[in-house]
Design a protein around this ligand. Structure first.
Ligand code: WT7
Length: 664
């Protein structure tokens, strides 16, 4: 039996979903049992055409039926549901509004407790229709991209769906990104219209959202119009006549129904920028039918969501989790989605549980970083809330440690809920590996088994050969295309091939290490490229390095991730300055400035937790910075650096060790 490097992780027992799960179910779980999953899974792999053809016709409403389910049948250059015509907003809104106009589509919980409102499917259809006409009037056409820079308010969902209603493409930029990042994304996507808000509220603070947009637009010559949602009504917010229009003034000019524009299955639904191993963010491109189908299927099967359910994904629409599990998944199913504007800590650490209690949430989905925070805050923040409506608890974005898993299971789920540790990425659109609620046995720390149609492979990183059988560890790849797989990087198809398909020919490369244990369960072992994961936010070290280099005092720098109790990973920057004769005070000023530079260039969430000023960075004789050494030193593994005598400057390592030790 092969010895796995990470075997220590995998010695946990399977936990069977309790019979109470089935007992407490208001109707009946979507699948009967684990056997049914296995049968359907096998069919999805052996006969994807039959499986997906049937399920796409059953689950989605088509304007025109597709001719071919999958073409070509092999390889990754695959399109799905060819020649079909569909509209995503119709599937997320109209079809439910027609049957049940008064049913809540969105439960909006504002930053301030007690504020917020409910938007029914009927109201959502009216708002989406009106905004769709505003966009058309502003010259937005099928295929155009529209930038969205909005906080978590119902208008954000209406905006996304109005854009796709007219066949345009949304490019949502997380409202925590700086003006510089927003500018780059607007220009790369060539968006001519931006939708934003006067200000945002988060954790009791106001954020000057519109000012950030105005700053970005100084260098976006092609933007014609900005639609502004009035969130706070602060009179001092700048408004540029002719360019800016108010959301609340424009919508009432238009009728409350406009028909959806048919788009081809393979027409682009949206772009979402994400970080890769190089400095430039990638515009991940998703297409309409395949993405929508898998958003719906994973919501339904992984989380066992049906139309009576209230699904609370505590993630932002600025990331893929928000796209798929705040907007498209729950609305395509016809459930109620919770849109929460605030933070888990405001006004205190009970906020999530208060929301669960208030709205009788049935599925709750969050990143482990929030769970670590709440676990640390203490269980008295949970105890007074009635959490008995919950059936399913989800985890996403980073590995969940066994002790956090157990806390979630016991304290939040009270032993009655199942836990869905869902592994996936911006590029995949929806879950790749995840246990199905009430069906799949759980193992704390393992994302368990693949979703329908996903055929994972553990590949030897050196030989590129697939490692067959159980008890294998390598890099995690996927063997065949699935409907919600990204089809391209915006305007850069060759980078798409280079990033995902050329590293291991014949496979989609996830960028993560992975293992399959003795029961065939999958374990995700973290990124094998230069991507760090801070609080579930994906950051590229190269991008942060480029930002730091914008500071005129910097000669060179290297950024790496290191373990952090709360945020999972944190960012450390090792910087050498041009001038070496600075005083202590000047150095501490320089450090502050560097952190500011990153906040300004990327956004506050990317700011390094640790900045170390060093004379020199360790390099090979050919001048390559040895980031591996920096990572080892930060991990307290300075005794495992290996032979450093071949470096061009081994003395740099000594200084780095002592400067890191001085911070402990
Ligand atoms: C990266 C993708 C998927 C939505 C949020 C993040 C890591 C994601 C898990 C998990 C261990 C996970 C991977 C992946 N990741 N889910 N359940 N267990 N790691 O999307 O920003 O595209 O990041 O997040 O490293 O590659 P993303």
């Amino acid at each position: 039996m092969p010895q796995l490097e990470n075997e220590h992780l995998m010695h946990v027992n399977q936990i069977e979903p309790t019979s109470e799960y089935q007992k407490n179910h208001p109707s009946s779980p979507i699948l009967k049992n684990f056997e049914e999953y296995k049968t359907l899974y096998n069919e999805s792999i052996e006969n994807p055409t039959e499986f997906y053809g049937r399920i796409a016709r059953k689950e989605l409403d088509w304007i025109k039926d597709f001719d071919v389910t999958k073409y070509p049948l092999t390889g990754f250059n695959t399109s799905w549901f060819l020649n079909g015509e569909i509209n995503a907003s119709y599937n997320c809104v109209d079809r439910h509004a027609f049957k049940n106009p008064d049913k809540p589509a969105i439960v909006y919980e504002a930053d301030e407790p007690g504020e917020g409102r409910i938007v029914t499917y009927g109201e959502l259809l009216a708002e989406v229709s009106q905004l769709a006409q505003v966009l058309t009037e502003l010259g937005v056409k099928k295929g155009d991209t529209v930038a969205v820079y909005l906080p978590m308010i119902p208008e954000a969902i209406a905006t996304i769906l109005a854009i796709v209603r007219i066949g345009a493409v949304h490019s949502v930029v997380f409202a925590g990104f700086s003006s510089g990042s927003l500018r780059d994304r607007i220009n790369d996507a060539d968006s001519r219209v931006v939708i934003t808000t006067d200000e945002s509220k988060r954790g009791g603070k106001s954020i000057e959202t519109k000012k950030i947009v105005d700053e970005a637009l100084k260098e976006c010559p092609n933007v014609r119009n900005v639609i502004v949602v009035k969130r706070t009504g602060n009179k001092s917010v700048p408004f540029i006549e002719g360019r800016d229009v108010w959301y609340h003034e424009e919508l009432p000019k238009y009728k409350t129904y406009t028909p959806p524009v048919p788009v081809n299955s393979e027409d682009t639904l949206f772009l979402l920028y994400t970080s890769g191993s190089t400095g430039k963010p990638k515009g991940i491109q998703h297409t309409t039918a395949g993405y929508l189908l898998n958003a719906l299927l994973t919501t339904k099967y992984t989380f066992d969501v049906n139309q009576q359910d209230v699904f609370f994904t505590a993630g932002d629409i600025g990331w893929i989790t928000g796209h798929t599990y705040v907007v498209y998944g729950p609305l395509a199913v016809g459930a109620t989605t919770v849109v929460f504007e605030g933070t888990p800590a405001y006004p205190n650490f009970s906020r999530y549980w208060e929301i669960v209690d208030k709205y009788k949430v049935t599925q709750f989905y969050v990143a482990p970083t929030a769970l670590r925070l709440l676990k640390r805050a203490g269980d008295h923040f949970i105890e007074k809330y009635d959490l008995s409506s919950l059936r399913v608890l989800g985890s996403v974005g980073e590995p969940i440690a066994a002790e956090v898993w157990e806390w979630y299971y016991e304290k939040i789920g009270r032993g009655r809920c199942t836990i869905q540790d869902t592994y996936w990425q911006t590029e995949n659109g929806s879950h790749l590996i995840a246990p199905l609620a009430g069906i799949t046995p759980m193992k704390p720390g393992s994302a368990s088994l693949p979703f329908f149609g996903i055929n994972p492979a553990i590949v030897d990183p050196v030989s590129g050969q697939e490692l067959k059988g159980n008890n294998v560890e390598g890099v995690l790849c996927i063997k065949a295309s699935w409907p919600s797989m990204t089809r391209s990087i915006w305007k850069d198809y060759s980078r798409y091939l280079d990033t995902y398909f050329n590293p291991y020919p014949g496979y989609f490369f996830t960028g993560d290490g992975g293992a399959r244990d003795s029961d065939g369960f999958y374990w995700v072992l973290g990124r094998v490229d230069d991507v760090v994961n801070v609080s579930g936010h994906r950051l590229s070290t190269a991008e942060i390095e480029a930002a730091i280099l914008e500071n005129p005092n910097v000669a060179e720098n290297a950024v790496v991730g290191f373990a952090d109790e709360l945020t999972g990973q944190a960012v450390a920057a090792f910087v050498s300055l041009k001038r070496k004769d600075l005083s202590e005070d000047q150095i501490s000023l320089a450090k502050k400035e560097l952190t500011q530079t990153v906040r300004k260039e990327i956004g506050p969430f990317a700011a390094p937790k640790l900045v170390l000023i060093v004379d020199d960075l360790p390099k090979t004789r050919s001048g390559k910075i040895m980031r591996r050494i920096l990572r080892k030193v930060l991990a307290h593994e300075e005794d495992q650096l290996g032979d450093i005598s071949t470096l061009s400057n081994p003395e740099a390592v000594t200084q780095i060790i002592s400067s890191v030790q001085a911070t402990r």
